[in-house]
Ligand binder design. Structure first.
Ligand SMILES: [Zn+2]
Length: 473
């Protein structure tokens, strides 16, 4: 068995790229099932299950990969953070050979001087390493603060840090095989899965192949940075199983005379993956919001999913309906998504979510929402347990509902076609709802609002004709 160690640079993205690069070399040399990556907190071990006498195969394979992939500037040039001139400097020239010997040692002889490579390897250096680890660069917002003077001209600082060429090449291989590169409007984004614990060769292979599904330039919209993980993951639904157990490192870069860092975050993604995995309607919901540029509701949904924020969940449905409806069509939430959010995020019991009495009142409230009359839904949303707002709003809904019913009957008699029949809950259903609200006010209120802003479920749809019959009596 051979164990290779990444150099513990302190940069999470650089470490993992080097680890992926080394793992790829190991896989090409000895096969998928012989390689694993172990997260050691700050650095990675690449465990290669092979006969030590065959270890020279690693260097030969590394040289072969370098010649095959990195002898032109194509890959560096297409890596965010590496600009034209530096791309040329990272290419591998003919006859150049490399070794992974440095990674067999866990202890480094650091001299702690500024000119030292960030990886502490003493080999040939390459400068300008934003492409390998964006954290070495200054944030865009600090332009004008971080100024260096070169030849009497104030300039945005170039990064003085350097890295050894072998680490640079491994990092490029890791980027090429395991990171997701895409554009969002005029920003370049690089997303890289950060393993937690142990990752097997077959899992790595899944990531390598998933990565190939990502096309360049597929998000043309100017979405805010916090929405990037959710939108990105929703575009690759098959990622949910593959990326389970990983965090995601995301770097957002922009280019004006060289690269700027616009955003940098390392986040857990379990909550996103759960949302994406549980229902295709959840992914469709995001698609609808992107298509309609419904960014306000997308922010609230993101906050709901990622932070499990119930206040955002309460604001989300109304914003969603407003932002995604057109002049002649009231778009509502998919009931599957509404129920997912109620169950998984708000942790509301199925007894409330599936309660027929609550469903009945939600149907009445939905009638008004379809008429673009959001006042009742807002009053319920804002109702406090201490006051009688909830009961009073329901009483108002029933009064106005009754008037509408009478009107609809008259219209029908005059031969008018009624598209949106009003449904009125029965008296014992109202009693049941007050009882629910008394037991768990916030849950009852939230479920009522969410369901009212959702399309009727299929069972309800089949039952729709009963309103017509009932009202026609
Ligand atoms: Zn190095």
């Amino acid at each position: 068995m051979i164990i290779l160690y990444t150099p513990a640079t302190g940069f999470p993205d650089l470490e993992v790229k080097i680890a992926y690069g080394l793992a790829r070399v190991g896989i090409e040399a000895f096969g998928i099932d012989k390689v694993a990556i172990q997260d050691e907190g700050g650095f990675y071990e690449i465990i290669i299950d092979c006969d030590v006498s065959k270890e020279d195969r690693l260097d030969k394979t590394f040289d072969m990969l370098c010649r095959r992939l990195l002898s032109s500037s194509y890959i560096p040039f297409n890596t965010p953070g590496i600009a034209g001139r530096s791309a040329e400097s990272i290419t591998v020239s003919e006859g150049e050979t490399f070794t992974v010997n440095n990674y067999k040692l866990i202890i480094f002889n650091a001299s702690n001087i500024q000119t030292e490579n960030v990886c502490k390897h003493k080999d040939e250096s390459i400068g300008n390493i934003i492409g390998f680890t964006v954290a070495t660069s200054y944030h865009h917002k600090r332009d004008g603060i971080d100024i260096s003077i070169q030849q009497d001209i104030p300039r945005r600082p170039t990064n003085p840090k350097k890295i050894c060429k072998v680490c640079a090449l491994l990092s490029l291989l890791g980027t090429w095989y395991a990171s997701f590169i895409f554009n969002i409007a005029d920003r370049e984004v690089i997303a890289i899965p950060i393993p937690k614990g142990k990752v097997t060769g077959s899992k790595l292979q899944e990531i390598f192949s998933l990565q190939h599904q990502i096309r360049k330039d597929w998000i043309n919209q100017k979405i805010s940075q916090v929405l990037i993980p959710l939108v990105f993951l929703s575009k690759i639904p098959s990622s949910a199983d593959i990326l389970d157990g990983f965090d995601l490192f995301i770097a957002v870069l922009s280019r004006q005379q060289g690269y700027h860092v616009d955003g940098l975050f390392l986040i857990p993604i379990e909550n996103y993956l759960d949302f994406i995995r549980k229902s295709p309607y959840n992914i469709a919901t995001i698609d609808v919001m992107l298509r309609r540029e419904a960014y306000g509701s997308l922010q609230e949904l993101n906050n709901t999913i990622y932070n499990r924020n119930k206040a955002s969940l309460l604001r989300f449905p109304r914003l969603y309906v407003q932002e995604t409806s057109s002049n002649n069509f009231t778009n509502l939430l998919y009931p599957e998504t509404a129920k997912y959010l109620l169950k998984e995020v708000a942790m509301i019991s199925p007894e409330i979510i599936e309660n027929p009495a609550l469903g009945s009142l939600a149907r009445t409230l939905r009638y008004f929402i379809r008429e673009r009359k959001y006042g009742y839904a807002d009053d319920i949303r804002n109702a406090r347990k201490e006051s009688r707002d909830f009961e009073e709003t329901i009483a108002k809904i029933l009064r106005e509902g009754e008037l509408r019913r009478v009107q609809q009957e008259q219209d029908k008699k005059q031969g008018k076609k009624i598209d949106n029949w009003i449904h009125l809950p029965k008296e014992d259903e109202i009693k049941e709802i007050f009882k629910l609200a008394n037991e768990d006010f916030e849950a009852t209120k939230l479920a009522l609002v969410m369901l009212a802003f959702s399309f009727p479920s299929r069972a309800e749809e089949n039952d729709k004709s009963t309103d017509e019959i009932q009202n026609a009596k």
